[in-house]
Design a protein around this ligand. Structure first.
Ligand code: MTE
Ligand code: LUZ
Ligand code: MOS
Length: 761
């Protein structure tokens, strides 16, 4: 099989022919919905008058909590989130009512006419304050190994400090949206832009008060999700469905960008304390961390996000004594949610901050400590899993050699010695990311494969295409098993009637889980067809048959039995040409009571070297280059994988540098437009990104020996923060800068010119 290296959607995307939710042709008479939401972050609803909106031109209905037939509850992990506010509001932007009208513009106009008096209550936007007031999502969780308390006395150096990382807006190009159409018998068909069609179906059943089998959820493809549509595509889908059932009309609801930014949650900001203990040679003996996670006003996925923070707070290092405690804090901002890395980046930022500070105080380079403590095979993670096929040292060594780290460091030092207005910084960022949902139950997927009588193949799985190329990888899996070219295989839309009880496409595991299910189904079909071919070709015992180039091959030679003819024969002989298969990741388990187990199928490793230049007059900076050796396993689509790595790196750099989510003290989002929320554009892109594929990495736990790639490269972006810290240090060696991300140009400038050291004791 020739190896393929392209994204199967590429041509349609660039020619504008790909269909997204908003491109769907909708039936005549489709109504449009708009959401009326709280303009107060915390308060008691005294009066709600929807009559003026209902009286507005073209308005068909205004729905509130009163109109909910089932339960007003959308919380997936903890039932603490109403679809529409009842007596109280808990964040600025919380949905209160849905206006349905002839056009979206009329619906929005009418929404402005709704009268709502809210008696204000105190607003909390700081997770530490929430913790002090006992406003927690759930009791604190701790992952612990060794004996932290006993080991501080053995350390040569013990350092305590604080590290903070900010939120991040998903900024998927396609905003949240859904389309719903009533079906006979009181059911509804929902087209949703969601990563989790089953999550939508399950929550809709609960809120609408109808069984799941009356709800069909279909997903075309997403214009990006990045975790923002893992759980938070659900409310809009239910609202559209509610309106459709109520009015017996098709209803479409697409959020305008600003409303999307105001109403949906983002990456969790964290404020954390750490204590790190080392020997004088830089061996880390102990790490203690307390994470204050800003969950926002409801749990959403925060408990799961917190678990991953705790799991990844030792990054790719072996630390024998660890106590990591996570406190999920209830604040009055929109419920924060999944975002590429899912709490992992926040955990990894903490240990990198601790190492940076330790190195600074010890007067050595951070990479010396990083290198000294890298994981090796047989090391045990604090959560109990033992390292296998560890690539931490290999990727580090290859990056160091391939990209000549020592000479780059020398060049940077020489540059800094002769320049005052510009300073360069360089940092190394190793990563280690666990692949599997941390909730073991979620690691399952199914596939339904049909071979039609004309030989064409149709595949349905639970995977949602959001640009990451999962459909390409699933198609490639089938193509390689059947020996068929691209045009013979079609990956269908994701649909709950064809793939039931699916996990969201998330945790970077979409291709692994759904690809493996596809592999099982296709292999069964292949065996069945090959046994028919043996009869057709009158094979004897020792003959071996395979499929290639739309033909059956016998003992390595082409026969004149074509794929199409074989399928035809199978059909005439009434041989089953469909297969449904399930895949459940083997080996994994986790005990929540002890916080120990083997939660991940495997880990992804890699090492990045990042170099930046700071303009010390203006506080602006440029990322010069990002040089990476990344463990893709045996990549079977280098173009897709490289795209994932580069995109992830950019998004990670954005989180660590220029993207800053700001709420006013009253809980209103200040950065609710692209004029106030800056994401990296082409000018902010590194001048050079050089991603090398680690060779000889096998991964039987991944699809076709590959490794999941969606999230891990995001965390290389953390290196940009520390490269900037190093450049600042070159400018003001006397100072100890706060460990607070993002390192926006504004922060760089103030840090450089603060008259008093922005120091910590
Ligand atoms: N790439 C694109 N283009 N668009 C996306 O929305 N989401 C990321 C990553 N890469 C995303 C993306 C996230 S958060 C995850 S979990 C994975 O893709 C999900 O897809 P996979 O499991 O198929 O890798
Ligand atoms: N979603 C989830 C995720 O529900 N569980 C996870 O462990 C996870 N990890 C990464 C991204 N999304
Ligand atoms: Mo990704 S945060 O798992 O959707």
């Amino acid at each position: 099989m020739k190896s393929i290296s392209k994204h199967f959607d590429a041509a349609r995307h660039v020619s504008g022919l790909s269909q997204f939710l908003d491109d769907m042709s909708v039936p005549e008479g489709t109504l449009h919905a708009a959401v009326f939401y709280a303009k107060m972050a915390h308060g008691h609803i005294k009066r709600l008058n929807t009559a003026p909106a209902l009286a507005h031109t073209g308005v068909h209905a205004v729905l509130t909590a009163q109109d909910i037939r089932g339960e007003n509850q959308i919380g997936g992990i903890i039932p603490d989130e109403p679809l529409l506010a009842e007596s109280d509001v808990h964040f600025w932007g919380q949905p209160i009512a849905v206006v349905v009208a002839e056009t979206a513009a009329l619906a929005r106009e009418a929404a402005h006419l709704i009268e709502c008096d809210i008696e204000p209550l105190p607003v909390i936007t700081d997770p530490r304050q929430a913790a002090r007031e006992g406003k927690l999502i759930m009791p604190a969780r701790t992952v612990e190994t060794g004996n932290v308390d006993a080991v501080w006395a053995e350390c040569d150096i013990v350092i305590e400090d604080k590290a903070e990382s900010g939120g991040q807006e998903h900024l998927y190009l396609e905003t949240q949206g859904a389309f719903a159409i009533p079906t006979e018998g009181g059911g509804v068909r929902i087209v949703s832009s969601t990563q989790g069609p089953t999550a939508v179906q399950r929550a809709a059943a609960k809120v609408l008060g109808i069984p799941m089998h009356l709800i069909e959820v279909d997903v075309l493809r997403l214009g990006g999700g990045f975790g923002g549509k893992e759980d938070q595509a659900t409310p809009w889908a239910i609202m559209a469905a509610m309106a459709a059932l109520r009015l017996n009309r098709a209803v479409k609801l697409v959020l305008p960008r600003q409303e999307d930014m105001r109403m949906t949650g983002k990456r969790h900001p964290y404020s954390s304390d750490f204590k790190i203990g080392l020997t004088k040679d830089g061996k880390i003996l102990a790490l203690e961390a307390t994470f204050y996670q800003d969950a926002g006003a409801a749990a959403d996925l925060s408990p799961a996000v917190l678990d991953r923070t705790l799991f990844h707070c030792t990054n790719s290092y072996f630390i024998p004594n660890v106590r990591a405690t996570g406190i999920s804090c209830r604040t009055n901002v929109p419920p924060n949610t999944a975002f590429r890395g899912f709490g992992g980046p926040q955990g990894m930022f903490l240990v990198e901050a601790a190492i940076y500070r330790a190195a600074e105080i010890m007067g050595i380079e951070p990479h010396v400590i990083q290198r000294t403590n890298l994981l090796r095979d047989g090391d045990t993670f604090p959560y109990g899993q033992v390292t296998e096929r560890c690539q931490a040292e290999r990727t580090w060594n290859e990056a160091e050699q391939t990209f000549e780290l020592a000479s780059s460091q020398k060049r940077v030092a020489e540059f800094n010695a002769i320049n005052t207005l510009h300073k360069k910084g360089i940092a190394v960022m190793p990563i280690c990311f666990g692949i599997s949902f941390t909730n073991t139950m979620m690691n399952q997927a199914s596939a339904l494969v049909h071979i039609y009588s004309d030989g064409s193949v149709s595949i349905s799985t639970g995977a949602v295409e959001m640009g990451q190329g999962v459909n390409t990888k699933i198609a490639q899996t089938a193509m390689s098993i059947f020996g068929l070219p691209e045009h013979c295989v079609k990956v269908q839309t994701t649909n709950t009637s064809r793939a039931a009880n699916t996990s969201p496409t998330a945790a970077s595991a979409g291709a692994d889980l759904n690809g493996k299910a596809t592999e099982i189904a296709c292999t069964a079909l292949r065996e069945r067809l090959l046994s028919l071919a043996r009869t057709e070709l009158a094979c004897s015992e020792g003959d071996s048959l395979t499929f290639s180039e739309e033909k059956v091959w016998k003992n390595g030679a082409e026969t004149n039995l074509s794929w199409n003819a074989l399928v035809q024969t199978a059909f005439f002989q009434r041989i089953k040409l469909s297969e449904q298969a399930q895949y459940a990741t083997p080996r994994i388990h986790f005990d929540k009571a002890t916080m120990k187990g083997h939660p991940f199928a495997y880990h992804v490793y890699g090492t990045a070297i990042i170099e930046v230049t700071v303009d010390c007059l203006r506080g602006t900076y440029e990322v010069e280059n990002v040089q990476v050796v990344h463990d893709f396993g045996q990549s079977f689509n280098r173009t897709v994988d490289l795209g994932q790595a580069e995109g992830g790196i950019m998004q990670g750099i954005g989180w660590m540098t220029m993207e800053e989510v700001l709420y006013a003290e009253n809980g209103r989002l200040l950065t609710d437009a692209l004029s106030t929320y800056k994401i990296p554009d082409i000018n902010a892109a590194p001048k050079q990104i050089d991603v090398r594929f680690l060779d000889n990495s096998e991964n039987p736990m991944g699809i076709m020996n590959s490794k999941a790639v969606g999230e891990p490269p995001f965390m290389y972006g953390i290196g940009a923060y520390f490269a900037l810290m190093n450049a600042l240090k070159a400018s003001r060696p006397d100072k100890r800068f706060l460990l607070k991300a993002p390192m926006s140009p504004e922060r760089v400038l103030t840090a450089l010119y603060e008259p008093i050291a922005v120091a910590v004791a």
